[in-house]
Design a protein around this ligand. Structure first.
Ligand code: LIP
Length: 281
């Protein structure tokens, strides 16, 4: 028998927990960042520090104590999802953390029946906390936020993330298409921060050609509750193998998605099983 979905009260409790634990974990991460922890290279341009596992263990202990029946999946310590699953990225933006750049965040998402339902993102170096739950709106430090009203590509400020996990040719073709369309494209190295910026309206769109579930689980809720549109990240094998991700302000989404899909024409990434071009919830 399929488990009942979490009701509004249960979701509110999980949001409150995610917010509190994300901030506690963020303050722990900040202390480790300021202590100057060394980073090791997992593979080309893929870093890990002792902080990742230490912060994830802290988050897991707190969530397991509060919600013992929920599953937990994390970037460093793995795990298997269930009907109620926490998806944790202890340090999103590890490359920034490893190079002593402040652009990193703690991301804690909650999936209810496989659907992103609540999330909290804490930015340690500014002590900024983003929170959202299905039907409850999106907030930055408890103040309501909304995606931008941008509808013109020549005014659009977007992020095009890069990682060696996706074909360089697809990345370069997409970058060229965005610049040809008049958009200004940057890359911050943290998907969670990029999604928070779309939700608060300081960025008009974000695309990355491969991300993992822990990078986006919280940010997807944030963007959608802020009135933004995202691709269906959990289409196909998204929950286990990851997927591309597109997120945008509502009026800008059609232009952005069309430019991306034109650039990716012929690429396997353009197939529906990868959740692009967008509009999925
Ligand atoms: C990172 C993402 C970023 C992506 C990196 C990496 P991590 O997550 O936030 O957007 O470009 O390749 O996946 O590894 O720092 O948690």
């Amino acid at each position: 028998m399929e488990e009942l979905r979490v009701d509004a009260t249960g979701l509110e409790l999980r949001l409150a927990a995610a917010a509190a634990v994300a901030r506690e974990a963020g303050l722990l991460a900040r202390g480790l960042f300021e202590s100057g922890l060394a980073a090791t290279l997992k593979s080309r341009q893929d870093y890990v520090t002792a902080a990742d596992a230490r912060v994830e263990r802290f988050i897991r202990a707190r969530l397991a104590a509060l919600f013992p029946g929920d599953a937990i999946v994390g970037e460093e310590l793995g795990g298997v999802g269930s009907a109620r699953t926490w998806v944790v990225d202890p340090i999103d933006g590890t490359a920034n953390f490893a190079h002593r750049h402040p652009g990193f965040a703690v991301s804690i998402g909650f999936l209810d029946g496989g659907v992103p339902a609540a999330g909290a993102i804490h930015v340690p170096m500014t002590d900024t906390l983003y929170t959202a739950r299905l039907g409850g709106g999106a907030f930055r430090n408890a103040q309501s936020i909304a995606a931008s009203a941008c509808d013109l590509p020549e005014r659009a400020y977007v992020e095009l993330g890069y990682s060696p996990r996706s074909p360089r040719a697809d990345y370069l073709r997409t970058l060229e298409a965005l610049l040809d369309g008049g958009m200004l494209a940057r890359w911050s190295g943290s998907a969670a921060l990029a999604l928070a910026q779309v939700a608060e309206g300081s960025s008009d769109g974000y695309l990355e050609l491969h991300l993992n579930p822990w990078d986006v689980a919280a940010g997807l809720v944030l963007v959608r509750e802020a009135g933004g549109i995202t691709s269906d990240f959990f289409a196909g094998e998204g929950a286990t193998a990851g997927n591309p991700l597109l997120a945008a302000a509502p009026a800008f989404h059609p232009v952005f998605a069309n430019a991306v899909m034109d650039a990716l024409a012929g690429s396997p990434l353009a197939r529906p099983c990868h959740g692009l071009p967008g509009g999925g919830h």
